[in-house]
Design a binder for this molecule. Structure first.
Ligand code: ADP
Ligand code: 5GP
Length: 201
């Protein structure tokens, strides 16, 4: 059977600490059709983060220049830092038939949904705000003031849930991963992006 595919844009969003990064890492490991969109950010690099792998860590001036040149598919100020998705790499991945995974905040996700109507939008929910608080503390990447800020923003972000096509509660990690993986598998089979050709005699 001959078949061709058009790549898809998958937007994964939700409050900080809900498990987006953990789930995306696993998806990328298990599914070679997926490519991660490396965002630009002006926030400081955390221990263990690699420039060009986790983020493109750039200065405020570099960010301003990219903004002025209209290089971002979307950009937003999130918890006091600036983040943006570069448009060209996203389009290059889609053109070669692969799928792009965006791990971005809800402000950016809504902008992508508006600009790219054919994207797949998935919101990852925590089982409770208390679980979210515990996860942010356990991750140990942000100071208590920053954690408070992220938790305060979480409720407003969850309010935007109905703008997304899919919702996945990340309570049990394995179950959440399976749900996410099933959504992606089904979306791959849409006739708008999957073109099988039945061979003749
Ligand atoms: P996000 O990328 O959404 O900010 P992370 O993936 O960094 O969140 O996860 C935040 C913390 O929660 C990490 O320490 C991660 O190991 C933990 N975590 C993720 N999923 C679960 C889960 N289902 N149950 C318990 N802890 C989880
Ligand atoms: P962190 O600083 O913890 O890596 O990320 C903070 C938040 O910024 C997370 O919700 C993450 O999804 C979001 N984020 C990361 N990259 C981008 C991006 O390019 N655009 C937008 N809008 N948000 C992003």
């Amino acid at each position: 059977m001959k078949e061709t595919r058009k790549g898809m844009l998958i937007v994964i969003s939700g409050p900080s600490g809900t498990g987006k990064g953990t789930l995306c890492k696993r998806l990328l490991h298990e599914d070679t059709s997926l490519c991660f969109s490396v965002s630009c950010t002006t926030r400081a690099k955390r221990d263990g983060e690699i420039d060009g792998v986790h983020y493109h860590f750039i200065s405020e001036n570099q960010y301003d220049a990219l903004l002025q040149q209209n290089k971002f598919l979307e950009n937003a100020t999130v918890h006091g830092h600036r983040y943006g998705t570069l448009e060209t790499p996203v389009d290059e991945i889609i053109e070669r038939g692969q799928n792009v995974l965006l791990d971005i905040d809800p402000q950016g996700a809504l902008k992508v949904m508006e600009k790219r109507k054919d994207c797949v939008s998935i919101f990852i929910l925590p089982p409770s705000y208390d679980a979210l608080r515990v996860r942010l503390h356990t991750r140990n990447t942000d100071d208590p003031k920053e954690i408070k800020r992220r938790l305060n923003n979480a409720r407003g972000e969850v309010d935007k849930l109905n703008k997304y096509q899919y919702a996945v509660v990340n309570d049990d990690l394995q179950m959440a991963y399976e749900k996410l993986s099933h959504i992606i598998s089904a979306e791959k089979q849409r006739t708008t992006r999957y073109f099988p050709v039945v061979e003749d005699f």
